[in-house]
Design a protein. Structure first.
Length: 401
C-alpha cells in the first residue's frame, strides 16, 4: 500500500502549503453549535476503532451548506473490512500527509435525514448500492497485483464476485498500470476495471507534474470542444491499456452479443476509467455504458463533463468523507467533476459506533453541500478516507491476495 501514497504525494506538490493550512485547530468548544460542527477523529494505532487523539479534533462550519438532501443507509453487512484502517501514512522522506479519518457528529447531519432532493436526478435509475458495492469489490480485486491469480479468479477478493469471468489482464510495466476486463453474466455486461497506483515506478509522475497542469483536447470528433487532463489522457492513450482494452471489449461484445459496458476504478484508475468509458462508447458503439468510480480526481473541463453525462447511461462518482483525491486538480484551473456524486459520510452514533450514510448530490458535479462542504477552501486532505469505500479496502493487502 505504501507506494500508493507516492501518487498522493505527487498530487500534493500542487497543494502542500494549502493542505497544511487546512488542518484547522479547534475543539468542540470553539463556539459552533452542534448543527454547524463536524468532528474529525484520528486513527488510534492501538485499537481497531476510531478514537480521539488529544489535540486533533477539528471543527468546520457547515452552516447553510447542507440542505435539500436525502440520505440512504448502507446495507447491513457494512463494513466488509474486519477492522477499520489504521494509519499507514508514515513516511521516511519527511512529507506530512493527513492520516486522520473522518467521523461526523450525528447532530451535524440530523437535518439531512429530514429533507429530500427537490431537483430530479439526471439518470432514470436510482442509486443501487448493492450494485455499487459489487463494482467496489471488483475494483478492490485489482490491487491483487498477481496477474495469474486475477486471470484465474482465485484471489480472496475475487471470490466476493464468484460469477465474474475474467477475459484479459493487462499490466503496463513502463507506466505502472493495471487493468482487467471480463464478463458478468448476472448483469449481461462487459466490465472493465482499473487499479489505482500501487507500484514504485514514479519517475514519469513526478517529472510530468508541470505538463499535467495543462489540458489536452479529447481525441474524438464527437467531442471536439472537450479538454481533459493531459497526464491522465497520456496514461490511457500512450500506455498499452487503450489498445488492449479496446480489442478485448470488441471481442467480448462479439462473443456475448451484449450492448452493456460497465467501467469502474479507484483513484488514478477512476480517472482512466472515465476516459475509457467515453472512448469505447464512441469507438465500439455500446448503447448502454455505465460507470462507478471511487475517489476520482477531476478529469476534464465543463465541455468534457457535459459530453460525458449526456451520452453515458449511468454515472456514479463516490466520494468518502474528506478524501484528498477528489479535491484535485483544482476547479479554478478549469476542471470539473462528473455527475452524479454520491458522498459517503461516516456518522458517530450515540453508542460510539459508526453509521455510514450515502448522500446523493445534485447534477452539477460540484455540489457545494457534498464532499466540497467538508473541505477548507476546496481542499480535503485525508488519505485514510481515500482508502476505504463502501466498507471495502482499496489498497493492496497481501493477506487477501
Amino acid at each position: 500500500m505504501k507506494p500508493l501514497l507516492f501518487f498522493v504525494a505527487a498530487l500534493l506538490t500542487f497543494i502542500h502549503p494549502v493542505a497544511e493550512s487546512a488542518r484547522l485547530p479547534g475543539s468542540r468548544n470553539s463556539g459552533h453549535s452542534p448543527q454547524e460542527a463536524v468532528r474529525v477523529k484520528a486513527h488510534d494505532d492501538n485499537t481497531d476503532n476510531r478514537g480521539d487523539k488529544q489535540g486533533e479534533s477539528q471543527i468546520k462550519d457547515l452552516s447553510g451548506l447542507w440542505h435539500q438532501r436525502t440520505d440512504q443507509d448502507l446495507p447491513p453487512d457494512l463494513p466488509e473490512a474486519a477492522s477499520r484502517i489504521k494509519s499507514r501514512t508514515q513516511r521516511d522522506d519527511g512529507l506530512q500527509l493527513d492520516d486522520t479519518a473522518t467521523v461526523f457528529t450525528q447532530e451535524a447531519v440530523a437535518s439531512l435525514q429530514l429533507q429530500k432532493i427537490e431537483a430530479p436526478p439526471t439518470q432514470e435509475a436510482p442509486l443501487d448500492i448493492n450494485r455499487a458495492k459489487l463494482m467496489a469489490r471488483l475494483t478492490s480485486a485489482a490491487y491483487c497485483s498477481d496477474k495469474e491469480v486475477i486471470a484465474a479468479w482465485t484471489c480472496t477478493r475475487c471470490k466476493r464476485v464468484p460469477h465474474f469471468k475474467p477475459f484479459q489482464v493487462i499490466f503496463d510495466e513502463k507506466w505502472d498500470l493495471m487493468s482487467y476486463i471480463g464478463y458478468l453474466a448476472d448483469l449481461d455486461a462487459i466490465v472493465v476495471v482499473f487499479r489505482g497506483t500501487d507500484s514504485g515506478n514514479w519517475g514519469n509522475w513526478l517529472n510530468d507534474m508541470k505538463s499535467w497542469r495543462q489540458d489536452k483536447q479529447f481525441p474524438l470528433p464527437e467531442a471536439p470542444h472537450a479538454f481533459v487532463h493531459a497526464g491522465f489522457l497520456s496514461l490511457w492513450t500512450d500506455s498499452s491499456l487503450q489498445s488492449n482494452i479496446t480489442a478485448a471489449a470488441a471481442a467480448l461484445r462479439r462473443q456475448h452479443n451484449t450492448p452493456r459496458l460497465f467501467v469502474t476504478g479507484h483513484s488514478m484508475g477512476a480517472a482512466i476509467s472515465s476516459l475509457c468509458a467515453l472512448d469505447l462508447k464512441f469507438k465500439l458503439g455500446f448503447t448502454d455504458v455505465r460507470q462507478w468510480t471511487f475517489g476520482s480526481p477531476r478529469v476534464g473541463d465543463q465541455a468534457w463533463q457535459q459530453t460525458f453525462n449526456q451520452v453515458i447511461t449511468e454515472s456514479w462518482r463516490f466520494t468518502h468523507n474528506r478524501d484528498i483525491v477528489p479535491s484535485l486538480p483544482l476547479e479554478i484551473m478549469g476542471f470539473r467533476h462528473l455527475a452524479r456524486e454520491a458522498w459517503i459520510v461516516d456518522v458517530e452514533t450515540p453508542f460510539g459506533s459508526l453509521d455510514s450514510k450515502i448522500l446523493v448530490c445534485d447534477s452539477s458535479g460540484e455540489d457545494p453541500s457534498c464532499h466540497n462542504s467538508a473541505c477548507f477552501l476546496g481542499w480535503c486532505t485525508s488519505v485514510s478516507d481515500h482508502l476505504l469505500y463502501l466498507g471495502i479496502e482499496m489498497y493492496k493487502s497481501p493477506m487477501e491476495c
